[in-house]
Design a protein around this ligand. Structure first.
Ligand SMILES: Nc1ncnc2c1ncn2[C@@H]1O[C@H](COP(=O)(O)OP(=O)(O)OP(=O)(O)O)[C@@H](O)[C@H]1O
Length: 284
């Protein structure tokens, strides 16, 4: 559904690249997460893919269309949600959605229904300038659904939202995926990436370092550890043992056969642990 090959972008039109030779594909109905710290190149990639920035170098095909020569109908098929709320402050939430809907020539969603989906139904007739930051973010988010897009670009969809609002937004994203929507999701939040994404691309300094399912990333790069509790001289001792180091494996076997083992839990590396391991950088 989305195919990107050798994409470069430089704001200064020189060798100083914000995005440097990235390639990836997103299949129909798949959520691909772009996981990386601030300045990694996530938003720049999203902007080039959605036509907000011109394609300087590389090939991008979206739903079969070369983005160098997209038709007008291309914009009917994509939805874009931004990290920074960019709405008309003097218009109400409802008017913002109604106005945005008028820019498409395909059937659009009912603004009230969209506002209801993100708990803004009571604020429908309030001017956007009276909205809180989280409310504005939810408004921008549902605005991106107005044209019923089949390809959806989301930049930090839940950052800064309270847990209830974040859960609501995540459920909506899962629901859209089930409907077959193809989703590009940029985030620096490993929990969001892990919960929502079929595959995750680690992006750092403009380059994709790894791309795979969260499970495969953990199996391939996460150190496998077990946390054990066992009896020793009448007391409970806790220890972390590696599943790859011989001495630790022997110790675990001894604990099991001696009957001293009280509890055992496998410990998974987090996506952030793996990100740090392969890039040397933290996500935040
Ligand atoms: N308008 C701009 N002009 C010049 N440089 C820019 C501009 N926007 C971004 N950059 C630079 O491009 C690089 C990639 O930034 P980008 O915004 O794509 O990163 P990001 O991963 O989306 O991070 P963030 O979450 O902070 O937006 C950074 O070095 C950033 O400083």
């Amino acid at each position: 559904m989305i195919s990107v090959e050798g994409l470069y972008y430089s704001y200064s039109h020189d060798e100083n690249y914000a995005v440097e030779g990235i390639s990836f594909e997103i299949n129909e109905g798949e959520i691909l997460g772009f996981l990386g710290p601030n300045g990694a190149g996530k938003s720049t990639t999203q902007k080039v893919l959605t036509g907000l920035l011109p394609l300087q170098k590389g090939k991008v095909f979206i739903a079969g269309e070369d983005i160098m020569k997209v038709s007008k109908s291309f914009y009917n098929r994509i939805g874009v949600s931004f990290e920074q709320p960019n709405v008309y402050m003097k218009l109400t939430g409802y008017e913002n959605l109604k106005f945005f809907a008028s820019m498409f020539d395909v059937p659009t969603e009912d603004p009230y229904e969209l506002l209801r989906l993100v708990g803004l139904e009571d604020a429908a007739n309030m001017k956007a300038k009276e909205y809180s930051k989280g409310m504005l973010q939810r408004l921008v988010f549902v605005r991106s659904l107005i044209n019923r897009p089949m390809i959806w670009f989301l930049d930090e969809p839940v950052s800064g939202l309270d847990p209830t609002a974040a859960a609501q937004i995540k459920e909506l994203i899962k629901h859209k995926k089930e409907e077959g929507v193809t989703i590009f999701l940029a985030t620096h939040n490993m929990h969001v990436a892990e919960e929502l994404c079929d595959r995750v691309a680690f992006i750092n300094a403009g380059k994709i370092i790894l791309i795979d399912t969260p499970r495969n990333l953990k199996l391939r790069y996460g150190e496998r550890l077990v946390r054990v509790e066992y009896k020793s001289n009448g007391k409970i001792k806790r220890e972390l043992l590696s599943m790859t180091e011989t001495a630790d494996i022997e110790k675990l076997n001894t604990l099991i056969s001696s009957g001293k083992l009280e509890t055992i839990h496998s410990m998974e590396a987090s996506l952030e642990d793996i990100f740090i391991k392969v890039t040397g950088r933290e996500l935040v």
